[in-house]
Design a protein around this ligand. Structure first.
Ligand code: SAH
Length: 202
């Protein structure tokens, strides 16, 4: 998976490649999809949600530019897989999930596999997680149609936000946004497909 799907497509950060090799993806996939756990596509995880394609997990992790000790917020815990990948790199991982059943099953998986440092909560991540802000990096694994201002506010100076933005049910654009003082520097990483971000004011 790592050689053919991830490194071959240009992900080169050794911390990310090592994390992708270390996390047992099959532990985060429902039983009926076990045979496809390492395949090159997303998979259903229940409640109409999906665990992202391995390459997209690796790319987004690389764009976060995290180092050991950085604090990172994930919006959209889902299965807990992306959180485990983050936890291979840093011990300060906070992740929020709006569907209570997914929040508790992901927390259970993470505990069972020893990712005990990951802090999981059943919250609406449209508003970030003020309690633990500011963050060095924020990753959003569901797509809003605009950038939630709370997420930008909860970034440290120099912090990175990696987020798909666009209409539900269509392609969105993957953005890497770097906060530099009052300025936001944005990089477009091309089209992606994510489930919609729910919650927020609408
Ligand atoms: N990162 C996950 C995949 C996430 S799928 C993994 O590795 O498995 C996107 C998830 O975002 C879904 O579980 C969905 O319920 C959740 N979500 C959608 N809107 C949200 C919101 N406002 N706050 C928190 N989670 C949200």
């Amino acid at each position: 998976m790592v050689a053919n799907q991830i490194a071959a497509r240009g992900v080169s950060d050794e911390l990310v490649l090592a994390a992708m090799r270390a996390v047992p993806r099959h532990e985060f996939v429902p039983d009926e999809y076990l045979g496809q756990a390492y395949d090159d596509h997303p998979l259903p995880i229940g409640f109409g949600q999906t665990i992202s394609q391995p390459y997209i997990v690796a790319l987004m992790t690389e764009l976060l530019q995290i180092e050991p000790g950085d604090s990172v917020l994930e919006v959209g815990t889902g299965s807990g897989y992306q959180a485990a990948v983050l936890a291979e790199i840093t011990d300060q991982v906070y992740t929020v999930e709006i569907i209570p059943e997914l929040a508790s099953s992901a927390e259970e998986s993470l505990r069972r596999l020893g990712y005990t440092q990951v802090i999981v909560a059943n919250l609406d991540g449209y508003y970030g997680w003020e309690e633990y802000a500011p963050f060095d990096a924020i990753i959003v694994t569901a797509a809003p149609d605009h950038i939630p201002s709370a997420l930008v506010q909860q970034l440290k100076d120099g912090g990175r936000l990696v987020i798909p933005v666009g209409p539900p049910g269509a392609y969105q654009t993957l953005w890497q946004i770097i906060k530099q003082g009052e300025q936001l520097v944005s990089y477009n990483w091309g089209p992606v497909r994510f489930v919609p971000l729910t919650g927020g004011p609408g």
